[in-house]
Write a protein that binds this ligand. Sequence first.
Ligand SMILES: CCCCCCCCCCCCCCCC(=O)SCCNC(=O)CCNC(=O)[C@H](O)C(C)(C)COP(=O)(O)OP(=O)(O)OC[C@H]1O[C@@H](n2cnc3c(N)ncnc32)[C@H](O)[C@@H]1OP(=O)(O)O
Length: 214
Amino acid sequence: MNRSDPTPPAAQGPDRPAAVRAVALAPTTPPADAVLPPRAPEAPAPGALLGSHYDHCFGCGPQHPQGLRLTVVAGEGLDVTAEFTVRPGHQGGPGLAHGGLLVTAMDETLGSLNWLLHSAAVTGRLETDFVRPVPVDSVLHIHAWITGVHGRKIYSAAEGRIGGPDGPVAIRAQGLFVQVKLEHFTTHGRPEDIKKALDDPDQFKRARAFEVNP
Ligand SMILES: CCCCCCCCCCCCCCCC(=O)SCCNC(=O)CCNC(=O)[C@H](O)C(C)(C)COP(=O)(O)OP(=O)(O)OC[C@H]1O[C@@H](n2cnc3c(N)ncnc32)[C@H](O)[C@@H]1OP(=O)(O)O
């Protein structure tokens, strides 16, 4: 369609050309029969700092040179808080955090809710609203919580605020994570990285701690 064409787009449907047809995405809001389970007995105590799940993770790994080095603390309920300091290597616009990295920070924080249920889960769908720009050197304070669990699907939401837990909201997110077994990683990951992770007893211990039987 010509950009200046005032004709409104035709209704979505099978006759619409594939190149312009919207894709059907799953909702990130839990269904009515979703449940809010109790914290797992193995969940970290409220206030505990959650370690990185993998040293080379872009989101939380301390060994990643340009990573976000997000730190996460367990909340009182099915929630966590996280902090991410925006560094010059995270710029999109001059002096501003790249939006994709802000999404990564939300993804990582929502993903760490796994610790509270003692199960590994991967992101199936993630929606974000960017509310205001985030300058370099600012600290993004993120609060994330589980909104419902339905079978293997974990629904969650988060808000990121600038400068403090009560600072202005910069980003909001809702996610749908799907619980997986450890084999998800060992089957799909690059073999040399899997081997290194499995050869490191500490890394292996953390990986086993996540094992689930969906
Ligand atoms: C040795 C090394 C140790 C390392 C130890 C690390 C441990 C801890 C690591 C944590 C890491 C966190 C890091 C941050 C979080 C990421 O960034 S994770 C990376 C990004 N995500 C991905 O790569 C996931 C890619 N997708 C997949 O692998 C597969 O599509 C999935 C999501 C596992 C689902 O496949 P599946 O297991 O075959 O599930 P399936 O039976 O199709 O669906 C199950 C249910 O989920 C729904 N569903 C499936 N996919 C979707 C979707 N995309 N959207 C909506 N709903 C979906 C289905 O509709 C179905 O619903 P019901 O019918 O039950 O109502």
